[in-house]
Design a protein around this ligand. Structure first.
Ligand code: MG
Length: 273
């Protein structure tokens, strides 16, 4: 091992120790999480509380919307060829993700699409890596950020526990999924998402929150759920005023997660011409 690798290893170990000291994890019934975080607005659970009940496991049916052909009016964001409609979320440069065999594989940074969307229907498919020895939030962590701000978690939750508000299909740090419909790592899974943007008045005061409905592998896991604001680690969510549209972002979180067949249909909330 050369000197640079030794120094890097020591630095990572030191940072890990410091983080563990500053943000002490607790493990309850095999679930790693936190109880020094703020309470959720309902006052029952801390953000990322390992005591919060696990979502019920529901075995999904076969396929559901896997490899669904996009409807004629869909905006196709990834059809297996390239990520030309995406940019590095950090610096706006070319995406650091790879495309191999029609699949986008996460690497290095989050990516964000160049399109802007308001109310919409989103379809995408993801495949978790087979990881040995990883637990909780370290198992295939990624995420779908609606308007680039509100994360629907992507994680390997197949026979694997994590804090409920960080489970796949959860609105991260806020609302656990209504069910755990995970397929095993290495298999393709689907998200079909309906999203309504939040609305603000001219002074930036929230008039109505964002709402999301999430169908994971054919199982509804968010049912027109109001989002509490921007999602982040160890915080319950806060709104900042945003315009009527935003991009979709996909997370890189220290694991390579695969994506395919990503498309969006901009939709109206109702049809009342
Ligand atoms: Mg994530």
């Amino acid at each position: 091992m050369n000197k640079k690798i030794i120094l890097t290893t020591v630095a990572v170990a030191a940072l890990t120790c410091l983080r563990a000291f500053a943000f002490p994890e607790v493990t309850i019934d095999g679930v790693e999480g936190f109880q020094d975080t703020p309470l959720e607005p309902d006052g029952k659970w801390h953000v990322h509380d390992p005591a919060r009940p696990q979502p019920e496991v529901v075995t999904p049916g076969d396929k559901f919307s896997q490899q669904a052909t996009p409807p004629s009016d869909a905006v196709v964001l990834f059809d297996g060829k390239d990520l030309s409609q995406w940019r590095d979320k950090n610096d706006g440069g070319p995406v650091p993700w790879k495309v191999e065999d029609g699949v986008a594989i996460s690497a290095k940074h989050d990516i964000v699409c160049t399109n802007q969307f308001g109310d919409m229907q989103l379809h995408l498919e993801f495949r978790e890596p087979v990881l040995v020895g990883r637990t909780g939030q370290d198992r295939g962590n990624s995420g779908v950020f609606l308007m680039g701000r509100y994360e629907i978690q992507v994680l390997d939750c197949y026979h694997a526990k994590t804090y409920a508000d960080g489970s796949t299909g959860g609105i991260y740090g806020q609302h656990p999924p209504l069910a755990n419909a995970a397929r095993p790592p290495g298999e393709w899974q689907t998200y079909d998402i309906v999203f309504n943007v939040p609305h603000f008045d001219a002074d930036g005061k929230l008039l109505s929150p964002a709402y999301v409905t999430v169908i994971w592998n054919g199982v509804i896991v968010q049912n027109h759920q109001a989002i509490r604001g921007e999602t982040n680690w160890r915080v319950p969510g806060t709104y900042h005023p945003v315009g009527p549209t935003g991009p979709i972002a996909l997370q890189y979180h220290n694991n390579s997660v695969s994506f395919r067949n990503i498309w969006v249909r901009p939709v109206a909330v109702n049809n009342e011409p």
